[in-house]
Design a protein around this ligand. Structure first.
Ligand code: SF4
Ligand code: SF4
Length: 134
């Protein structure tokens, strides 16, 4: 994976552009679980989408709200935080907590590298039951 394109101040500048709320981010919801094809990570300009065991997670403080990832997701799993369907709103916390001490403890890695890949998942995702029909 390429090195970081943006430092923290550049990210903040990007996120303060028209229509951007620095407190908001894009979120990956449940339809990524067990699909996890990684298309979004290939296009994210700041490499803020990280791989867990059953899904990918967006780092809420590293996302610059560019929306590029949304267009490549084959299962429409990625939403702007405010636009999440009600049933998927718990995934705001799922994405954020993936980086906290109770899951990976990565904090803010500053961008995806080989050192920040894991088979771990947020507990809500570990136990997520997928549709058993073929
Ligand atoms: S919106 Fe998507 S592609 Fe853009 S920075 Fe956030 S996670 Fe990366
Ligand atoms: S493109 Fe969609 S399904 Fe693929 S890893 Fe990203 S969020 Fe998951």
């Amino acid at each position: 994976m390429a090195g970081r394109a943006y430092g923290p101040s550049a990210r903040n500048a990007l996120r303060s552009g028209p229509g951007a709320d620095p407190a908001m981010a894009y979120v990956i919801a449940e339809t990524c679980i067990d699909v996890k094809d990684g298309e979004c990570t290939a296009v994210c300009p700041v490499d803020c989408i990280y791989e867990g065991g059953r899904m990918f997670y967006i780092h809420p403080d590293e996302c610059v709200n560019c929306a590029i990832c949304v267009s490549v997701c084959p299962v429409d799993a990625i939403f702007y935080e405010d636009d999440l369907p009600e049933a998927s709103k718990p995934f705001i916390a799922v994405n954020a907590e993936f980086f906290e001490d109770d899951v990976t403890g990565w904090g803010a890695p500053g961008g995806l590298t080989e050192a920040f890949r894991t088979d771990q998942d947020h507990p809500a995702v570990e136990g997520w039951a997928t549709d058993p029909t073929p």
